[in-house]
Design a protein around this ligand. Sequence first.
Ligand SMILES: [Zn+2]
Length: 545
Amino acid sequence: MLATPWAIARMVHSSSPPAAATYDLVIQNARIIDGSGNPWFKADVAIKNGHIARIGKISSSEATTTIDAKGQILAPGFIDVHTHVESIYSLPAAENFVRMGVTTLVTGNCGTSATNIGEFLGRIRSTPIAVNLATLIAHGSVRRQVVGLDDRAPTPDELKRMEDMVGQGMKDGAVGLSTGLIYVPGTYAKTDEIVALAKVAANHGGVYATHMRNEGDKVAEAIRESISIGEQAGLPVEISHFKISNKKLWGQSPMTLGLVRDARARGLQVTVDQYAYTASSTSLDSRLPSWLRAGGLNEAKKRLADKPTRERVVTEMKDNLKRSGFKDYEFAVVASYDPDRSFNGKSIAEITKLVRHKSDVTNQIEQILAMYEAGGAGMIYHGMGEEDVQRIMKEPFTMIASDSGVRQQDESVPHPRGYGNNVRVLGRYVRELKLLTLEDAVRKMTSLPAQTFGLRNRGLIREGFAADIVIFDEKTVGDRATYDKPHQFPVGVSYVLVNGRVVWSEDKLSTERPGEALRGPGVFGHLDNLLGRCSTLLYSWNEVT
Ligand SMILES: [Zn+2]
């Protein structure tokens, strides 16, 4: 039999004295779910210099280190496109994310981000972190800096300054623009202001990620506004934490998903993300009328000191509660309240009973106002229906994202999603409920987020791609974090690699900090102008910066 050149090369290799290994690491015997949605296949994966160097039959003698992943799934590391990790440099291990298989975070969501994107992403050089980091430039933070917390439109000059800030953020590497249209000051922006800023993001190839104006009784209107912003500004729309938080509208997700499908049918790129829980988590003040919050807390306190104004607030909040379909604030649970930490984990109804000895709605609202006046609270709202959560999850354009920050063990009683989101999908929704195939669930955590946010050479198991990898046991993978005890790490994840380096292995967190800043296309466009089209340089930009 004639030996092929390949076979000769291999023979020569195996008969020579042991040379330096070809690869840094080989992972053998895994079932590979490559992130595309395709069925798993069996192969070994070799890694060199942070990249996937080869996929095939690879012997341990070719690598310095070998991991035997027999019986386990190897997938691209999960990309969490909806996080709030502005504080990641103080918790660089990002343990809660790493241990559920997350290797890349997109932060700056819901209208809040760093305003100096270059500085924010650049800090990774002096303070290395365990995971890759990308960010959006946030409308709320920009508006706060230029217009303050006032309830008014920006002047033409102010709008120009906001556009310049967004443009600079994009050039410095933001992946798009985010809004938080229930928060101060984002809530004071009309659609045209956001279109103007989204156009700037569009010019730099960014996406528009939005925490919409309403996720309750006016959710359809809010979806239409989001789509229209994308259409007018000419950029993709990502609707954040897609949900229906109005009890009266539970079961209406075919309608809300239909609005997105219709937009896509018209050629508009609209996608959504979701966490796998029926409770949301945000600030207490999001329950209060936005006009009350104009100018910030001190202004609001002055208004609340005026009796007729306070009565008007109470009436509006009662109307809101009624419209949302909840009879009282039992569904609202405190996650963190600094003035009295004994409130953490208790509902507004319970707290009101403890403090005021009765718990009618008026007293509950007075309790909310008192807590707001004392500085506010982080909250968990049990406001969604499971049927809608499942229907949204099944939709092909839905990705899985946590909406979480970096967690400090045992600090407050936060939403469990920060410890369990991805693995909960794999355990509960794939294995137990069989709502999704494992391959599709992985796709929603890997290639779909990478495609949507323009994260080049990530989100797939492909030769040449970054070696962000998670290895898990599909029979045991799952979440343990609960609403009562959220600080519990998942089970079933055996290895997590970021850029080819092991950050989590067999129950041990490593001290490796291989995360990279992933810069958006604005940086590339900027460089293009300076250097001309140099595809090799652009391709490796993420790696060298
Ligand atoms: Zn949000």
